[in-house]
Design a protein around this ligand. Structure first.
Ligand SMILES: NC(=O)c1ccc[n+]([C@@H]2O[C@H](COP(=O)([O-])OP(=O)(O)OC[C@H]3O[C@@H](n4cnc5c(N)ncnc54)[C@H](O)[C@@H]3O)[C@@H](O)[C@H]2O)c1
Length: 247
């Protein structure tokens, strides 16, 4: 088997996903990012950053909540690379509202992207990983899936769902050499958190013992470790990366 791992990072155009893609560039992996931004500016920037590290990566604009679209992109990936070694399910969105004002659409879109998207991509790669008898899947959950957050019932439900999904799939495929884990970031400095009002940020900061937001690279380090030989006895876990905000 060719040495270079084939790595798919969903939501890889910016934020945490971009940092993860750049981390995998250090091992000279084949890198494929998915995004669903309105334009290609962020994804092109990521591709350029990867190019600076010597990686000719690929980018697909695909909505992870759309099973048919996801399957068709993975068909292209399999026809070119024959396999996927690493899947990082990182794509995620928020639609924050108190439940009393949260309509069905706010619920559906967040659950569809954040949770069904994880099912869609994992389902698309699992058969291939089972055949190879190796694979690494890391799902990006959130501290909010563990402790809840007012205004984020949809998001928290999707992220708690990811934790249950991770543990179940880990049990199904551990015997086939496939490791399935989740990383639950706390409050990380990305576009997702940039849109929060300053007052909300200040309140969050008071709850973080380390006293600052995390950097996307600090999440990427842990994701990468979970996909390394050093984590060869770690599966079905939710690893929290949150500056001590939840212990
Ligand atoms: N930033 C934080 O503080 C924080 C904390 C905990 C968990 N997370 C989780 O980490 C992940 C990345 O967050 P981020 O802060 O980097 O977000 P971001 O908003 O900076 O980036 C989101 C990425 O997901 C992609 N995306 C959105 N909808 C998509 C769809 N339907 N199909 C495919 N791709 C889609 C976007 O194109 C983009 O690449 C998310 O799952 C988020 O829930 C973030």
């Amino acid at each position: 088997m060719e040495d270079r791992r084939v790595v798919v990072v969903t939501g890889g155009s910016r934020g945490i996903g971009r940092a993860i893609a750049l981390k995998f560039a250090e091992e000279n992996a084949h890198i494929i990012i998915f995004h669903y931004d309105p334009d290609e500016s962020a994804s092109s920037e990521t591709l350029n950053l990867l190019k600076e590290k010597g990686i000719e990566a690929k980018s697909f604009k695909v909505d992870v909540s759309d099973k048919k679209a996801v399957d068709s992109v993975f068909e292209k990936i399999f026809s070119e690379y024959k396999r996927v070694d690493v899947l990082i399910n990182n794509a995620g969105i928020t639609k924050d509202k108190l439940l009393i004002r949260m309509d069905e659409n706010d619920w559906d879109i967040v659950l569809n992207v954040n949770l069904k998207g994880v099912y869609n991509c994992t389902h698309a790669v699992l058969r291939n990983m089972i055949k190879q008898r190796r694979g690494w899947i890391v799902n990006i959950a959130s501290i909010v899936g563990q402790i809840g957050n007012a205004g984020q019932a949809n998001y928290a439900a999707s992220k708690a769902g990811i934790m249950g999904f991770t543990k179940s799939v880990a049990k199904e495929v551990a015997g086939r050499g496939i490791m399935v884990n989740a990383v639950a970031p706390g409050f990380i400095d990305t576009e997702m958190t940039a849109k929060l009002p300053d007052k909300v940020k200040e309140e969050f900061l008071k709850q973080i013992p380390i006293g600052r937001l995390g950097d996307p690279e600090e999440v990427a380090e842990v994701v990468y470790w979970l996909c390394s030989e050093g984590a060869s006895y770690v599966t079905g876990q939710v690893i929290h990366v949150n500056g001590g905000m939840y212990m």
